[in-house]
Design a protein around this ligand. Structure first.
Ligand code: ADP
Ligand code: MG
Length: 605
């Protein structure tokens, strides 16, 4: 076939494919236009999951009649004047492509009126062809009607998912925008029935409830953090929003939402920063829920990377990620609740399980509090970045780069040891009830924090073995261990190669004196084999967690009263006493309140 230019119709359908993939992408573009126009209310109406109709009405600035025809031209925009503007974009749109794209793959009607005009104007576009303007009566603002989406692109139609899936995508999108713009009233009508409605009164937690259910919304932790700009001039970083406590998780990352300067983005590096903040607090394969809003100088972020603007690039990505990680970590550390038994599990299921999140997340225990936790720690100051201010007292965080002042860490109350049951659990009494403590998980946590603290201070005492111990490993593992010998040295291990695939352990961290050094070494090797995280700090924490797990006392091991008491005291001193380094709870709390209810002493539920 000879080379020839594509007809403009084909060309614009190809271009449209980049911007308009499914009904939800139409909704996104049109809602963003409404927000750019300064609207206070957005009403979205859909029929047949958006295939038949998507209508978006706003009360924003409107489009002057004389500009309507231009608005549906490709590369026509009022939001950008020069190429230099591309690097300081303050609006959601700027490519001037959405209306043109939508107009080329649907029957589009735009009705709009600006405040200064007597009447509104209406423009129809069908398959990219515009009909003459019409004068109509209309309120100030813009209504865009998109009918029969993809009617002229059957291939695209075939790719649409079931109505339920497309509807859910629209729902999820609008809820997230509602969350990002709590001052704007959002309404979604599916046919004649409203499916989402927000008040526009700025209350994000109420919208969160629409997204996740009341139960989950109540548990979400608030994140508020600021950091001044590195140069001291201009805008710094600001992160607000909500993130779930460590016990509230999902099996995938779908509930992790980030907005940057009011724009919804999918950025895997930002999610990674978030996950890092949960490091050692989550069970393997579990992910937090989060809706986080990052604001920074528009010059710090390039949004012109992706036609749908879902991906961005940061100028100083490392700084942004570490800011996000620290901000979230701080919110988490400041609030880590004790797991407490839901009464229906303990005493025979006569109470209905709570609706929403918790039970669907597959957890068999709930968070023991009912008030709404908020965390407002004020600005993160530059001094927080100074590693010399970190890791000095026994109370400083286990993460050298993440110092948390004493007041931020919620320690356990002082407890009185009652005893050990089943050679596995400690029973202790606190001011507010009874605690059942898993001795293995608790010991893991204790060892982990001690080790990481010593590590942060760069002084892990090691103990030389009387007789060096020889360990032989499979070739692949031996190679891995060889590469990591310097890391081991950091942790107070002294291990030397000793012939092919064999090693000699000469010293171990003093913390583990008395434990089986070969077991410790094997635990380390396993960790290297599983590890795909490139970050050194994280590798080290993982290694420490792994070793501590292996060397902690086991369930079924009888402890002397002195050992029990020592474990309890050590646990009380931990920064994150409520979970083991792998995220499982170390304890279950039976509160006085709950006991009284269970015994019918006080208004049983
Ligand atoms: P972009 O948003 O990238 O500028 P669009 O194709 O989405 O491109 O819109 C083209 C232009 O039409 C916008 O720049 C804006 O001036 C105008 N416009 C679109 N939708 C609205 C609206 N809801 N209210 C006011 N003006 C609008
Ligand atoms: Mg736009």
């Amino acid at each position: 076939m000879p080379i020839r230019l594509l007809s403009s119709e084909v060309a614009s359908q190809i271009a449209a494919g980049e911007v308009v993939e499914r009904p939800a992408s139409v909704v996104k573009e049109l809602v963003e236009n409404a927000l750019d126009a300064g609207t206070k209310t957005v009403t979205v109406t859909i029929q047949e999951a958006g295939r038949r109709l998507i209508e978006i009405a706003d009360d924003g600035s409107g489009i002057p009649a004389g500009e309507l025809l231009l608005a549906v031209e490709r590369h026509a925009t009022s939001k950008l004047a020069s190429a230099a503007d591309l690097f300081r974009i303050g609006t959601l749109g700027f490519r001037g492509e959405a209306l043109a794209s939508i107009g080329s793959v649907s029957r589009l009607t735009i009705t709009s009126r600006v405040k200064s005009a007597e009447a509104g104007a209406r423009l129809r576009v069908e398959g990219g062809l515009a009909s003459p303007l019409q004068a109509v009566g209309a309120p100030v603002g813009t209504t865009v009607r998109v009918e029969d989406l993809f009617y002229n692109v059957p291939a695209r139609l075939k790719f649409l998912k079931q109505d339920m899936t497309e509807r859910r995508a629209i729902d999820g999108l609008l809820t997230r925008y509602a969350l990002a713009y709590p001052e704007v009233r959002f309404r979604l009508m599916d046919g004649a029935s409203p499916t989402l409605q927000t008040s526009g009164d700025g209350d994000r937690r109420a919208i969160l409830a629409a997204l996740y259910g009341v139960d989950v919304a109540r548990q979400m932790l608030e994140v508020v953090a600021e950091e001044e700009s590195s140069t001291g001039s201009g805008q710094g970083f600001r992160l607000t929003g909500y993130t779930s406590p460590a016990a509230l998780t999902r099996s995938n990352r779908k509930e992790i939402t980030f907005f940057i300067n009011g724009r919804w983005v999918q950025d895997s590096a930002l999610s990674a920063a978030l996950l890092q903040a949960y490091h050692t607090l989550l069970m393997v394969g579990r992910y937090p829920l989060a809706a986080l809003f990052l604001e920074l100088d528009p010059e710090e972020v390039d949004v012109n990377v992706h036609p749908a603007k879902a991906e961005v690039r940061f100028r100083s990505s490392e700084r942004v990620f570490s800011f996000v990680q620290r901000a979230v970590r701080r919110a988490l550390l400041a609030y880590s609740p004790v797991a407490s038994m839901p009464s229906q599990n303990l005493w025979g299921g006569h109470q209905p399980p709570s609706p929403g999140g918790q039970s669907s997340a597959g957890l068999d225990w709930t968070i023991g509090h009912s008030e709404i936790p908020t965390v407002d720690r004020g600005p993160l100051t530059a001094q927080d970045d100074d590693p010399s201010s970190a890791a000095h007292g026994p109370r400083s965080s286990v993460y050298g780069q993440d110092p948390a002042p004493q007041s931020e860490i919620i320690h356990l109350p002082l407890m009185r040891l009652v005893g050990q049951i089943g050679a596995t659990y400690l029973v202790a009494e606190g001011p507010d009830g009874l605690y059942l403590i898993d001795q293995h998980a608790a010991h893991e946590r204790v060892l982990f924090e001690k080790l990481m603290l010593q590590h942060a201070r760069k002084e892990i005492p090691s103990q030389t073995l009387l007789t060096p111990l020889a360990v032989t490993l499979p070739p692949a593992s031996a190679k891995m261990l060889n590469e990591q010998l310097p890391v081991l040295e950091h942790f107070g291990f002294s291990v030397e190669p000793f012939g092919p695939n064999a090693f000699q352990v000469r010293a171990v961290p003093a913390l583990f004196a008395g434990a089986d050094p070969a077991a410790a070494l094997r635990a380390l090797v396993e960790d290297f084999e599983e590890d795909e995280t490139p970050l050194q700090t994280e590798v080290e924490a993982r290694i420490a967690a792994r070793v501590c797990k292996r060397l902690a006392v086991k369930g079924g091991q009888a402890l002397s009263p002195e050992e029990q008491r020592a474990l309890l005291t050590d646990l009380e001193a931990c920064d994150s006493p409520r979970t083991c380094p792998h995220g499982r709870p170390t304890m279950i709390h039976l509160s006085v309140d709950m006991l009284e209810r269970q015994f019918g002493r006080r208004g049983a539920r």
